[in-house]
Write a protein that binds this ligand. Structure first.
Ligand SMILES: C[S@@+](CC[C@H](N)C(=O)[O-])C[C@H]1O[C@@H](n2cnc3c(N)ncnc32)[C@H](O)[C@@H]1O
Length: 278
């Protein structure tokens, strides 16, 4: 794991979060890692408010607000410190928050205890960055937002396979990906340089706390609908429906294996796969 430099900024932010005395301080120090907002007046409530809005917008657009949501189990891959998890815990009967960083998961529990329903929360440490310690078919919905783009390419695909495995028949996966854009001509090489610099003793740990450098260095992976689709085809778990949601600002080629739909809430460099398990 130590050989994967894309993990460095999360672990650095996790360590910084451990030094803070209050949940509001955590948000002021490292909240930008999750929603890119900075400022001395930020607080936990405002932070989770951004998550609540996004949850509602995405679940509505993806038609995943089922009438029996209060009896459903949601698995969240890449929960961070609970920006969305608090809102999920108010809607779903059980929420399984999975993250690479154990300190984030501790903070996630604190966030949900303050602003969600902590009795409904279970946390799962993704120690290897690629497998979920969650039983087969446990989830009605497996959800991941702005996480797979930060993983090693093969880890991201492995987590897609894990999402398929832990989702029950009739349940859904809703996974967010980032694909190539024109700006990647610059971002991609700069990201590689940043990740190499993170390894430099003394300078690397200092750099890993800097916002702009982190934003460059954590862009570790791009996956196109074709790559994910090919991977899904090779899984033993099959899907009854596959829908790709993309921004109306970004055209996508018509496909035979998935329906294409636009949603203005999708970032033009992102796309979502929403699929129902057979
Ligand atoms: C940009 S944050 C998004 C967190 C949350 N989804 C949100 O929107 O606030 C990405 C999260 O993914 C986690 N992460 C990165 N790589 C991971 C991996 N291989 N497995 C599990 N979690 C990972 C990071 O620790 C971080 O908490």
């Amino acid at each position: 794991m130590a050989r994967r430099p894309q993990l460095i900024p999360w672990r650095t932010a996790g360590r910084v979060s451990e030094d803070q005395t209050s949940a509001d301080d955590v948000v002021r120090e490292i909240g930008w890692v999750f929603n890119n907002e900075t400022g001395a007046t930020l607080d936990l409530e405002e932070f989770t408010g951004t998550g609540d809005q996004e949850i509602f917008a995405y679940l509505t657009a993806f038609d995943l607000l089922s009438p029996d949501i209060a009896e459903q189990t949601l698995v969240e891959i890449g929960s961070g410190i609970g920006r969305m998890t608090a809102g999920f815990s108010k809607a779903f009967g059980e929420v399984v928050a999975c993250d690479l960083d154990a300190a984030f998961l501790e903070r996630c529990r604190q966030t949900v205890a303050k602003l969600g329903v902590v009795e409904r929360l279970r946390t799962v440490h993704v120690a290897d960055g690629r497998t979920l310690n969650v039983a087969d078919g446990e989830a009605d919905l497996t959800f991941s937002y702005i996480t797979l783009q930060h993983c090693d390419h093969n880890d991201a695909l492995s987590l897609v396979g894990e999402a398929a495995r832990v989702t029950k028949s009739g349940g859904h996966i809703a996974l967010n990906f980032r694909t190539w854009t024109g700006i990647d001509v610059l971002l991609w090489p700069l990201g590689k340089v940043t990740r190499a610099l993170w390894r430099v003793p003394g300078f690397g740990p200092w750099l890993a706390k800097r916002r702009m450098a982190s934003r460059l260095g954590w862009q570790a992976n791009r996956l196109s609908p074709d790559q994910v689709s090919k991977y899904l085809d090779g899984l033993s778990e099959k899907f009854a429906t596959r829908v790709i949601f993309h921004s109306p600002e970004r055209a996508m080629a018509k496909r035979s294996d998935a329906e294409l739909r636009t949603f203005e809430g999708v970032n033009p460099s992102h796309w979502w796969l929403v699929a129902e398990r057979l």
